[in-house]
Design a protein around this ligand. Structure first.
Ligand code: FAD
Ligand code: NAI
Length: 478
């Protein structure tokens, strides 16, 4: 006899585990299927984000920034530090400890909310009388547990896209999983793809001492960012020592020797060879929609593997939803979390809504890059009349004290109504500063609204206010 649940979620990444918790809060009987096994051989919740994504990458990022600070920046404070060195094994162990604490935290939340964790690989196995059947295969293939639900939430996430010419072994040629577990600092590191992962992880290993070369296929740098931001970041990252080559075409890798040799053709058409000790392949991610039994429901993913949904993450089948990286929109943890909450509330008969234009983006380089809303080039293409205000951190007292003067805040507002249309930030603390802009845009604030709100002094947030004032050419400290 199969167990029946009000809601079954397949996948316990940030989209799935949040959906499960919100559904349980709303009084539903909930089960969540998750198959992840940690390197220690333990089943683990949290998905890509907690195990091999957001959380571990930011732990290494923080360690590498401390190393960089101790090595190069403390003397300006009058502090002398000698003999700075890095113990990679300890750094990675610290990261693993944080991951374990976080994933155990989700186990606690599941127990607290009485969510059943079905451990193993989940597959849909058709439906009858409005009940969707889910089979979960545990560690022993013979162990198949069958459950049924009226509300099915698919939150199976994504995995790294690989290239046939670059076979990933996660020893020498790595995707995000291997790149977060290096045992030593590679002397020469190659990165394929100057996207979010390439820049974040490339920066981490550069700070720790690697000579980093990034090969990017597109002719432009950070095409999704506002052009002013992309231009400034190009200057900052190349000054920091990242060698970024745009418009390249890579060939077939040669791993027969002690080093990795990757032939490529550069933007001018000249042939070259990149010789490195390790290679990170970060060329995007693909949704996990195979071996899920979707065909038993007649649900066919699109040609790129995404499940088609409407603005509320509803598939065309009643009671079947898909959220997070398996559906359209940015592959971001907080976007998936918000979709998880939305879907649980829809099942409960509420009327939730997500404004996808107000989802913030952050790239955790140093300084960080963050934005929300439209870029200047998008507004131009849309023919919208807008005004801009920009203010640099170099003119902010707190930034000077913190040695965090790189970057600026740029506010884009409607020329007629003054409504904030986009905010773009380069700053040491851009990930925190962007939240104010997201709140402002959700409330349809004007630039004047931000400018009239009292901001604490001295703080990095004053630059947001000054940039808002600058849209009206009345910044106070410039
Ligand atoms: P996932 O987190 O991928 O979780 C899906 C889960 O489903 C997995 O645990 C998987 O095991 C499970 N699953 C899949 N199929 C089955 C099945 N058939 N049965 C049972 N279980 C199954 N985003 C940010 O917003 N901020 C960041 O700083 C950030 N940093 C990142 C850094 C890196 C290196 C990477 C790779 C990604 C990063 N991301 C970041 C992206 C973020 O991790 C993803 O957007 C997010 O994890 C997606 O959440 P999800 O729940 O949709 O999927
Ligand atoms: P990405 O889409 O950000 O960047 C991939 C880059 O690789 C692109 O610039 C693309 O042009 C390039 N590329 C593709 N094929 C190539 C080829 N053959 N040769 C050279 N370059 C090639 O993907 P990435 O960095 O793998 O990250 C995946 C996703 O994970 C991100 O889009 C983001 O959604 C998420 N993520 C989010 C983070 C954050 O929020 N801070 C951090 C890390 C990942």
């Amino acid at each position: 006899m199969s167990q029946r649940y009000d809601v079954i979620v397949i996948g316990a990444g940030p989209a799935g585990y949040i959906a499960a918790i919100r559904a349980a809060q709303l009084g539903f009987k909930v089960a969540c299927v998750e198959k992840w096994i940690s390197p220690a051989g333990e089943p683990a919740l949290g998905g890509t984000c907690l195990n091999v994504g957001c959380i571990p990458s930011k732990a290494l990022l923080a360690s590498s920034e401390e190393f960089d600070k101790a090595s190069h920046h403390l003397h300006e404070h009058g502090i002398t530090v000698q003999g700075v060195s890095v113990d990679v094994a300890r750094m990675v162990a610290r990261k693993d400890g944080i991951v374990s604490k976080m994933t155990k935290g989700i186990e606690f939340l599941f127990r607290k909310n009485k969510i059943t964790w079905l451990k193993g690989h989940g597959r849909v196995a058709g439906s009858a009388d409005g009940w969707y059947r889910v089979e979960v295969t545990g560690s022993a293939p013979a162990e198949v547990e069958v459950s049924e639900t009226r509300n099915l939430i698919i939150a199976t996430g994504s995995k790294a896209r690989h290239l046939p010419a670059l076979p990933v072994d996660n020893q020498r040629i790595c995707d995000n999983e291997g790149a977060l577990a290096f045992t030593e600092v590679p002397a020469r590191l190659g990165v394929i793809g100057a996207g979010v992962i390439g820049l974040e992880l490339g920066s981490v290993w550069r700070r720790l001492g690697s000579r980093v070369t990034v090969l990017e296929a597109m002719p432009g740098f950070l095409a999704a960012c506002d052009e002013a931001v992309a231009k400034e970041c190009w200057k900052i990252f190349t000054r920091q020592g990242l060698d970024i080559q745009l418009g390249v075409k890579i060939g077939e890798v040669d791993t027969s020797g002690t080093t990795i040799k990757l032939p490529y053709v550069d933007a001018k058409g000249a042939a070259a060879v990149l010789e490195v000790d390790r290679l990170i392949v970060s060329v995007g991610r693909v949704p996990n929609t195979t071996d899920l039994g979707l065909e038993t429901l007649g649900l066919v993913p699109d040609e790129r593997g995404f499940i088609e949904v409407d603005d509320h993450c509803r598939t065309r089948l009643p009671g079947v939803f898909a959220i997070g990286d398996v559906v359209r929109g940015p592959m971001l943890a907080h976007k998936g979390e918000d979709e998880g909450v939305m879907v649980a509330e829809l099942i409960a008969g509420q009327q939730p809504h997500i404004d996808y234009n107000c989802i913030p983006w952050v790239i955790y380089t140093s300084p960080e890059i963050a934005w929300v809303g439209r870029t200047e080039q998008q507004l131009k293409a849309e023919g919208r009349e807008y005004k801009t205000g920009q203010f640099p951190f170099a003119a902010n007292g707190r930034a000077l004290g913190m040695q965090a003067t790189e970057g600026f805040v740029k506010v884009l507002a409607d020329a007629r109504t003054d409504e904030v249309l986009g905010v773009h930030i380069i700053a040491a603390t851009a990930s925190d500063l962007i939240a104010e802009a997201a709140v402002a845009m959700e409330f349809k604030a004007s630039a004047e609204d931000i400018a009239r709100v009292c901001h604490p002094h001295p703080s990095m947030s004053e630059v947001m206010r000054e940039a808002a004032l600058a849209t009206d050419r009345r910044a106070l400290n410039m």
